[in-house]
Design a protein around this ligand. Structure first.
Ligand SMILES: [Zn+2]
Length: 650
């Protein structure tokens, strides 16, 4: 009923949040295509005393210069594929394979190989891992380096089907032939393409087999740490686990000058052990070609090649997204000043407080928890650090001088590719430069224009970006049932993540620790099984939803809806709310659920939904139906014959 008409209204496959994201990008584009917004009425949020008009103008000029270079398709077309070739040539200069190409990596290669990986990190090219510097789960006031497995460019079916892998090999051969420094014949190029595709398939296999704790658990690893995939290693232990892919050297090179890592966290240690074994027997030429293929894939959206997909370059929102990716805080300032008032932030802040209070009240009524654990759970909900809308430190988006200081030293020219390299390097230094420094609790990891919100166990924080606090998810002018039904359930979802099958292992101080007694943990496990079975029985086409994989998200959805509903009821206390034109036949309770479901509408094709089954979120339709089935309030509002929820934890 709620999502009726989506297919008719949307020309492309989209869900509600993708529509909001596009709307946000249009706002960013309008900012970037307009002159500097001098008129004071443009600034919808209160400026700080320290806000400097000249710093603001300089920030704006930097943004616009970056944007215009990105828009200069003529200049981009004139250089053709040169930037691709230059990047691969630089890779070869840093770590040459020629002369010794048939031999695998050996110890004398390690330093240069690591330098090559840093170079790729600057370009945003994924290789053998995904890494980041973030709050240490065991010590949330310190930053530490994390590594997990990479994402793969092809669906799993390509790696397991010889015919599909053969076709992929040919594609790789074609793209590598034009960029590799060696002058390859057709047959040689195909041999290299085939070897690269096999290497990728082997890495995919290593990742699939690499889940879970390593056979020789490092010290200090208890059940909580295993549940959170948190495996801390000393640099020496990493070097002996993965002697060819030297993550210890990589962290030292990525961090600020002089940084010496003491601890490195691996989320999939078995994978890194396996990668090292694979690399130890792979010819250097193939490893280099693999890195080159990743470089080509990453940069192919921004160079004009003979077979380029023109739609990508001509997409009117491409450059707004580009500037937002690289200069998120600078552009974010203009996003919040133009489209996100103090009122929105204050309203959202207040809603989050009310959702937390409702959660605490509901915990009081639970019968499956011992009193000791209950007390800790309540304390943890009270301790949550909430960050709503945009950062006010590092940098402070309300203060132009703070934003300018954050971007000091950045050199932007009219050359799009030079800018991309400079911005990539600068962003990498920002991201990894926090190693060895205390955690900045007010920092935002994402652009404020993103349609997202997230909970982080380490430090017990919830971040809700201004980009998701937009219509139809939220507006300070909508009735409360609408805001609580949509944004409220998202806030409740993030809070519930603090108490899902992973989040519950973080104590009230946001540290990984076992603090639940066995009886409570056993009751939680049993209640969770209900969700695993409920969602596992749901079908998408002829395939089932993965109840285990999606458990954390489903628990968060259920807790989120219950909590938001309770918070809304506590706020309105039966006071009648304004009805919406055309929807007068629905009760406020029913409208609450209409706005909830409206957040998850989409017109995805069956193939896209099936491809999404490997995601830890259940498909949107299952999220709507499963969560509604688990809500007593929903069943009451729509007068369903059964009023009891199917499954319930929070
Ligand atoms: Zn979630």
């Amino acid at each position: 009923m709620v999502c009726y008409g989506w297919k008719e209204r949307q020309a492309e496959e989209k869900n509600t949040l993708a529509v909001v994201k596009e709307h946000n990008l249009r706002i960013l584009r309008n900012v970037l295509e307009s002159p500097y917004p001098e008129a004071s009425g443009y600034v919808a949020i209160q400026a700080r005393d320290s806000t400097s008009p000249s710093a603001d103008e300089a920030n704006f000029a930097l943004l616009q210069k970056t944007y215009l270079a990105c828009k200069d398709i003529k200049a981009i077309a004139a250089v053709g594929t040169k930037p691709l070739k230059a990047a691969v040539a630089e890779l070869d200069r840093i770590w040459p394979a020629a002369g010794d190409a048939a031999a695998p990596l050996r110890e004398s290669d390690y330093d240069n190989f690591v330098r090559a990986l840093v170079f790729l990190e600057d370009l945003g090219v994924p290789s053998f891992y995904e890494g980041l510097a973030d709050a240490d789960d065991a010590q949330p006031d310190a930053n530490v380096a994390f590594f997990r497995g990479p994402k793969f460019s092809q669906p799993d079916s390509v790696y397991s089907d010889p015919a599909a892998l053969g076709a992929y090999s040919k594609t790789l051969a074609g793209s590598l032939r034009g960029v590799l420094p060696l002058n390859l014949s057709d047959a040689e190029a195909l041999a290299v393409g085939t070897a690269v595709a096999r290497l990728e398939a082997d890495l995919r296999g290593a990742l699939a087999a690499g889940e879970g704790p390593p056979p020789d658990l490092p010290p200090n690893t208890d059940a909580a740490w295993v549940a959170a995939s948190y495996f801390p290693y000393t640099p020496a232990a990493v070097a002996s686990l993965s002697p060819v892919l030297r993550l210890d050297k990589l962290v030292a090179a990525l961090g600020p000058a002089g940084y010496k890592p003491e601890k490195i966290v691996l989320q999939v240690p078995n994978y890194f052990r396996n990668v090292s074994v694979i690399l130890a027997k792979t010819p250097k030429l193939v490893v280099q070609a693999y890195l080159a293929s990743k470089t080509v894939a990453r940069l192919s959206d921004v160079v004009v090649t003979p077979d380029a997909d023109e739609r990508i370059l001509l997409d009117p929102l491409r450059c707004a997204a580009y500037v937002d990716e690289y200069l998120k805080f600078s552009l974010g300032r203009f996003f919040v000043t133009s489209s996100f008032g103090n009122r929105s932030r204050d309203y959202g802040d207040q809603m989050m407080h009310e959702v937390r209070e409702a959660f605490v009240a509901r915990v009081g009524g639970l019968d499956w928890m011992t009193d000791g654990v209950k007390k800790q759970v309540v304390q943890k909900a009270k301790n949550v650090r909430q960050m709503i809308g945009y950062p006010t430190s590092s940098p402070d988006l309300l203060d132009a001088a703070s934003v300018a200081e954050y971007h000091r030293g950045l050199k932007i020219t009219d050359d799009f590719f030079a800018n991309t390299a400079e911005l990539g390097r600068w962003n990498r230094q920002k991201r990894w430069g926090v190693l060895g420094r205390p955690v900045d609790a007010g920092a935002f990891a994402m652009s404020v224009a993103e349609t997202n919100a997230y909970y982080r166990g380490a430090g017990n924080t919830i971040t809700v970006l201004a980009g998701i606090m937009q219509f139809p998810v939220f507006s300070p002018d909508l009735p409360a049932y609408a805001n609580f039904g949509s944004l409220g359930t998202i806030l409740g979802h993030e809070l519930s993540h603090g108490f899902d099958n992973t989040g519950r292992h973080y104590n009230p101080d946001g540290k990984l620790a076992t603090y639940w007694d066995e009886a409570t943990a056993a009751a939680f496990e049993e209640k969770s099984r209900c969700f695993v079975e409920q969602y596992g029985a749901m079908k998408v086409g002829d395939r089932n939803v993965d109840g285990e994989l999606t458990l954390g998200e489903n628990l968060a959805d259920a807790g989120g809806l219950n909590t938001a509903y309770a918070a809304w009821k506590a706020r309105t206390k039966g006071v009648p709310e304004q009805k919406l034109p055309g929807l007068e036949h629905l009760t406020p309770e029913q409208l609450f659920f209409v706005f909830f479901a409206n957040t998850w509408c989409n017109n995805f094709s069956p193939a896209a939904v099936a491809a999404g089954l490997t995601d830890e979120h259940a498909p949107d339709s299952a999220r709507i139906l499963g969560t509604a089935a688990n809500s007593a309030a929903f069943r009451e509002a729509f007068n369903c014959p059964v009023k009891k929820p199917t499954c319930e934890v929070w």
